[in-house]
Design a protein around this ligand. Sequence first.
Ligand code: ADP
Ligand code: MG
Length: 355
Amino acid sequence: NDKANTKKIHKLSQDVISKISAGEVIQRPSNALKEMIENSLDAGSTIVTITVKEGGMKLLQIQDNGSGIRLEDLEIVCERFTTSKLTKFEDLRKIQSFGFRGEALSSISHISHLKLQTKTADSACGYRACYVDGRLSPANPSDSAQPKPCASVNGTTITVEDLFFNIPSRKKIMKNTQEEHTRVVNLIKKYAINNSSISLILKKHGETTPEVHTPGGLSPRDVITLIYGADVGKELKEISIVSERFEFDMTGYFSSTNYNCKKTMFILFVNNRLVESKSLKTGLEQIYSKYLPKGTHPFIFIRLLVHPRNIDVNIHPTKSEVKILHEDSIIGLIQKKVEEELSVSLTSKTFTTQT
Ligand code: ADP
Ligand code: MG
C-alpha cells in the first residue's frame, strides 16, 4: 500500500547537516592539517610547528606565530560559515587567501575535540578556549565555556584530538595510522617547498628530532635539496614562463635527463594552493617518456600563478581541484618549454660523451 510507504519530509537539524558536511571537508587527518596550515599562512606566520600522534588521528597540533584571533571573535570562530576573509560573493574572483568558506574549524570541531590558544600582538594576554560542534564549550563540566585568559606568546596554537571519535566507520578506515602519518609528512614537505621563505617543523609527539625542519629564508630548490636530497636537487632545471596572453606566470623545477625515479614526483601549486592536475601531470610525463629510460620518471615542482579572475577555486570541498581558464593552452606552453630544455640537455649530454 502506497500510503504506508510515503514518509514525511522534514528538515535536518543544523547539527546533522554540519556533521555530514564535516565528513566531506575533512576526509582524513592530512585534510584537517592542510586547512590549519593554510590558516596559519593566511595569518602571516613565519614559523609553523606541527606535532602529530598516530598519524594525526590521536593528536594534530599546529602552533604558529601569526596574527592571532581577537578575543571578541572567539565566540564564533568555530561556527560554520564564519570567516574574516570573504564578505561578498564577487570577492571570490580576487581571493588571495587560502580560506574563504569559513568551514574548516567548524568541521573539525564537529568531529574531534578542538582546543585553541591565541594571542594578538595588541592584547596583553592570550586566551584559551575549547569547542564542541562549533560552539564554545567548557573544558570541564564545572567550568564556564567562556575563553580564559592565559600567558601566551603571539600567535595561535590549535590542538585537535581524537579525530573522527564520533564517526566510528571513518575511524575504522583510518586504522592504518602509519599510512596517515606518511600522508601528513608528504603534505608538509610539499608546503615546505612552496613556502620556502618560512620555517616549517613537523614532529612526532614525544620525539625530539623533527621529521621535517626547514629553517626559512631558503629558495624552493634549497628546500627540495634539503628534503629530497642533493641527487635530485643538483639535477633540477629552473624554468620560468610569463604569458600576458593567458595571464599566467610559472616557475618550475624540472629534473634533467640525468635524473629519474620509479614514480613521478609531481607537485603543483596554483596560486599557492596545493592542487591535483591529471592533465598537466600526464602531459609532462608524455614529454619525459621520450627522454628517460623506459619505466623511469621525473621530479617536477610547479608554481603556477594565474590571474585570480581566471580561476575557480570553489569546485571542490577540499579545494584540491581548481578550474583554470585557458588550461589547455597553459599546459601546451609548459610542455613546449620543458621539451626544449630536455632536448637541449640531451644534445649536450651526447656531445660530452662524444668528446
Ligand atoms: P576560513 O579560513 O575559510 O576563513 P576557517 O574555519 O579555516 O575558515 O577559519 C575561520 C577563521 O578563523 C578565519 O577566517 C580566521 O579569521 C580565523 N583563524 C583560523 N585559524 C587561524 C590562525 N592560525 N591564526 C589566525 N586566525 C585564524
Ligand atoms: Mg581556513
